[in-house]
Design a protein around this ligand. Structure first.
Ligand code: CU
Length: 118
């Protein structure tokens, strides 16, 4: 029986590793200049956003999560910190001139998203 328990534990470990490190949310390719981002249930939707270098984009956040965790979004690379009042729409305007990956998120980084600029 022990071998079965071992196999199950190993499979579980593999699954957990895959879940946390391998699975990446679908990349949202921004072809429009306004990107709507829903803030609910602990995730930004979309959370992985591909934007064109040098192009002005508006990230339009709509916070539906009453939890205090969701009330701020920060873009540390750009010194941006914005409050998100509940059930309101807040625009964050960005033009990123350098290629790369930039993270954004709440104060504790529980809500987390990424901008992929290329
Ligand atoms: Cu948080």
């Amino acid at each position: 029986m022990i071998w079965l328990v071992n196999i199950v534990s190993i499979l579980l470990i593999i699954f957990i590793i895959w879940w946390f490190w391998m699975s990446r949310p679908e990349i949202h390719r921004a072809t429009e200049s306004i990107i709507n981002i829903r803030v609910s249930d602990g995730v930004y939707t979309p959370s992985y956003i591909n934007v064109e270098k040098g192009r002005a984009v508006t990230l339009r956040f709509e916070r539906l999560d009453p939890g205090p965790c969701a009330e701020v979004v920060r873009f540390d690379d750009f010194g941006i910190r914005v409050e998100l009042p509940l059930n309101q729409v807040v625009d964050v305007q960005l033009t990123i001139e350098a290629e790369g990956e930039y993270s954004f998120g709440c104060e504790m980084q529980m809500y987390a998203g990424r901008l992929i600029v290329s």
